[in-house]
Design a binder for this molecule. Structure first.
Ligand code: SF4
Ligand code: SF4
Length: 287
């Protein structure tokens, strides 16, 4: 079973739910696909036991000794990454067109390390995650690598519990591809409905069974009603509604999962949602 927790945009409570599920599901490998802002390791704690550089891009280099200053590379570069016979690294996409047209073999493409993939041993099992180099591109490819690394460490009977990427870009596509189920965290605001519709259309396109949980449902019950109607029309099950709870802020400040606070009403509801999900996917039936 591969479950991914996603949301149409950041700040909806996705990681609050994902960290709680990761905490509750001891027999799982955890994956933090939110490579631009990974924080499951902060909430779950633990020690890094493996760290590998990730080569996610190529970068062109000009050998000035060989360059005859013909200007062909600058003309062919559609990213405007060459100026005065020099490469501007932040603009270079590593496409290699300049290398092809260079008459004096003055251009070479070199591997660029765009991040590290990391395995962290937490008290609740292994966590696969990444740290991206600031300003690096290609987060979708890095997400795919983080998932591959997780599969290399996954035990046969374990679930894969993923904190997905927010939004609908290529990183979220990399997060949800091949998953068995997606739990979409929605906030009851007008923009929250739009974000939900967009991310749900993505799960539909990818043929992934979607579930919903509504976060802070009590801030706008009129919109909650709209979300529920929409889910009914689309055949999506609402697994639960999490109440607004000031304890969530305390949990964020303490770097702890909200479900570890016994008195938290949000935590109690997330436990109910987790149990509802588990009952749907009995562990013995799922690979
Ligand atoms: S590799 Fe592509 S993007 Fe980079 S400088 Fe050459 S042509 Fe431009
Ligand atoms: S194409 Fe090659 S030789 Fe011509 S300017 Fe570029 S690097 Fe120099």
């Amino acid at each position: 079973m591969q479950l991914v927790i996603i949301s149409g945009k950041g700040g909806t409570g996705k990681t609050t739910v994902a960290a709680s599920f990761a905490y509750l599901s001891e027999n799982s490998i955890k994956v933090d696909c939110d490579v631009d802002a990974s924080n499951l390791h902060i909430i779950l704690g633990g020690d890094d036991i493996e760290k590998k550089p990730y080569i996610g891009a190529k970068l062109a280099h000009i050998d000035s000794d060989k360059c005859i200053k013909c200007g062909a590379c600058e003309k062919v570069c559609r990213f405007g990454a060459i100026k005065d016979f020099r490469i501007e690294p932040l603009k270079c996409e590593g496409c290699g067109a300049c290398k092809v047209v260079c008459p004096s073999e003055a251009i070479r493409l070199e591997d660029e390390i765009t991040g590290d993939t990391i395995i962290t041993q937490t008290k609740r099992g292994l966590l696969s995650r990444a740290e991206m180099v600031i300003g690096a591109e290609g987060s979708g490819k890095l997400v795919t690598q983080v998932r591959k690394t997780a599969m290399q460490h996954k035990k046969e009977d374990e679930w894969v519990m993923m904190d997905g990427t927010p939004g609908i870009g290529c990183a979220v596509m990399a997060s949800i591809t091949g998953c068995d189920a997606a739990l979409i965290v929605v906030e009851p605001t007008q923009s929250g409905i739009n974000d939900f519709e967009r991310v749900h259309s993505l799960t539909k396109q990818f043929g992934i069974k979607a579930f919903v949980c509504i976060n802070k449902y009590d801030i706008n019950e009129t919109i909650v009603f709209e979300i529920e109607k929409l889910c009914q029309r689309e055949g999506i099950e609402v697994l639960g509604k999490i109440p607004f709870d000031p304890c969530v802020k305390t949990a964020v400040n303490d770097f702890r999962p909200i479900v570890s606070y016994e008195e938290s009403k949000a935590g109690k509801e997330i436990i109910n949602i987790w149990n509802a999900f588990k009952n749907k996917y009995k562990e013995e039936d799922i690979k």
